[in-house]
Design a protein around this ligand. Structure first.
Ligand SMILES: C[S@@+](CC[C@H](N)C(=O)[O-])C[C@H]1O[C@@H](n2cnc3c(N)ncnc32)[C@H](O)[C@@H]1O
Length: 228
């Protein structure tokens, strides 16, 4: 058992991690991106600083930055202790060690917090929850979901996953999701049914692609849904 959590935690990744998870080198800065469940990731802050177009959606954006920081601080020690207790469950190529992982999560949080109030003012951080998305049809070229769908399969059923992916496909031409493992490092119990459901839909290409990013050992595959 890699990590046990009783709720979805506000742990965020950096742009460098998102780039490797979703191969953003092939994505133009002019592509409008939706980051679903972005939480305290610094993806939005850093992509915007590079001139990219991104909106992030997460229920925690109803909170102030100070409260989001408190929620992070309330869980970080326990998570890092669980990671330290299961060293063989992780690939350390990117972060080096549990303390390196902690530093990256703190770095992401601080970059996010420095950008949060301005991003909220300009509409880059939008409060909302899957499976509803308060955006127009095809408003985005790409919708990304990192470390929420599939990872928390124990808390969200198959119907939630299908409704959420359908909502992302309504608002974006392409959808990408990572990882496809659960917190317990098992393939999500919803994955096969999700793949069957979307492979049966006309006008949609369904791909499983290897990522350059792997932290959970075996967690190296992203799902891509591309509309023709
Ligand atoms: C582990 S964090 C991942 C943050 C970021 N995507 C990353 O990979 O760095 C999971 C996020 O999912 C958000 N979340 C929880 N329920 C949600 C829902 N129904 N719709 C969208 N996001 C949700 C949480 O608030 C949290 O910020």
């Amino acid at each position: 058992m890699a990590v046990v959590l009783d709720h979805v935690v506000p742990f965020g990744r950096t742009l460098r991690e998102y780039e490797r998870i979703f191969d953003l080198s092939r994505v133009s800065l002019s592509t409008p991106i939706l980051g679903v469940a972005d939480g305290p990731a610094s993806f939005n802050a850093e992509w915007t600083a590079q001139g990219g177009q991104v909106v992030s959606l997460d229920p925690i954006y109803e909170l102030t930055g100070a409260v989001i920081e408190q929620r992070f601080l309330a869980v970080v020690d326990g998570i890092i202790q669980q990671v330290e207790a299961t060293p063989d469950d992780w690939v350390w190529e990117t972060h080096g060690s549990p303390s390196g992982l902690r530093q990256q999560r703190e770095l992401a949080l601080h970059r996010f917090l420095a950008d949060y109030d301005e991003g909220k003012r300009t509409g880059r951080y939008c409060t909302g929850s899957l499976p509803q998305l308060p955006f127009a049809d095809r408003q985005f070229g790409l919708a990304l979901c990192s470390h929420f769908l599939f990872l928390y399969s124990a808390f969200f059923d198959l119907d939630f996953h299908i409704q959420s992916l359908m909502a992302m496909l309504r608002v974006a031409r392409e959808v990408q999701v990572f990882p496809l493992l659960t917190l317990a490092r098992q393939p999500s119990p919803h994955l096969d049914s999700v793949l069957d459901y979307f492979r049966a839909r006309p006008g949609l290409t369904v791909c499983l692609e290897r990522t350059a990013y792997e932290l959970q050992k075996g967690g190296h595959t992203r799902l891509r849904l591309i509309q023709i």
